[in-house]
Write a protein that binds this ligand. Structure first.
Ligand code: Z5A
Length: 202
């Protein structure tokens, strides 16, 4: 049966790069819908623009959190659930694990409100597997560093991304549906680790 798989990790660790490999592996097992958060539907992509763009009236942390879940509610109802109902695999770049890491830990909002929103928005739609690409923050930032115009999140300081990583590691430690892949390794090794684990799991 097709499942809901999420790829997580902080800035520049290689999510986009490895999404293609995972989609290829899954394609041998059925149709794959590749998507991302925030985003994935026209409305949710518009919310993504609001969240990522640098503007004078930047969202305060609570507005940022609520916008993440507004986009997610739309994405789940319009795209994720219909795909799963049709027996398609859903492969999503980021999900609520990002919210716990970025808003819960990075913005220091804690997990209580996030867990309540997650319960409200998707208690009936949880990832079957979360693949977390882990690397020291400096490695990801260096890889992503080539970008000429960093967005609002990419403009955060090292300290913020270190808290985000702690948030990810805390989730991976306590949730058995999470895998940790060492993304600081050369790409060929990251991809062979991913392939081996995923093919075993499938
Ligand atoms: N956000 C949030 O705060 N709360 C939420 O609930 C959600 C999101 C859902 C948008 O995410 C922002 O939204 C995100 C968190 C926030 N901001 N940040 N930071 P995004 O996914 O669009 O943005 P991103 O994380 O910045 O994606 P990214 O920078 O594109 O990173 P990536 O996809 O993980 O990396 P990549 O593009 O695949 O790789 C970067 C470079 O490294 C590239 O040149 C690769 O060729 C290279 N690379 C990849 N792997 C390797 C290895 N192993 N060795 C050497 N080089 C490598």
């Amino acid at each position: 049966m097709a499942k809901f798989i999420v790829l997580e990790g902080s800035e520049g660790v290689g999510k986009s790069t490895n999404l293609a490999l995972i989609a290829d592996i899954l394609a041998a097992h059925g149709d794959v819908v590749q998507t991302r958060e925030p985003g994935g539907t026209p409305l949710a992509e518009s919310i993504r623009q609001l969240l990522l763009s640098k503007q004078e009236d930047a969202p305060v942390p609570l507005a940022e959190l609520l916008l993440m879940f507004a986009a997610r509610a739309q994405h789940i109802e319009k795209k994720i659930k219909p795909a799963l109902a049709q027996g398609q695999w859903v492969l999503c770049d980021r999900f609520t694990g990002s919210t716990r890491a970025y808003q819960g830990f990075g913005r220091e909002m804690g997990l209580q409100a996030i867990d309540q929103l997650a319960e409200l928005v998707h208690s009936d739609c949880q990832p079957d597997l979360v693949i977390y690409l882990d690397a020291p923050v400096e490695v990801g930032l260096q890889r992503a560093g080539q970008r000429s115009q960093p967005d609002r999140f990419e403009s955060e300081k090292l300290e913020f991304f270190n808290k985000v990583r702690q948030g990810y590691l805390a989730q991976a430690e306590t949730d058995p549906s999470w895998w940790v892949i060492d993304a600081s390794q050369p790409l060929a090794k990251v991809q062979s680790d991913l392939r081996t684990k995923l093919e075993d799991w499938l």
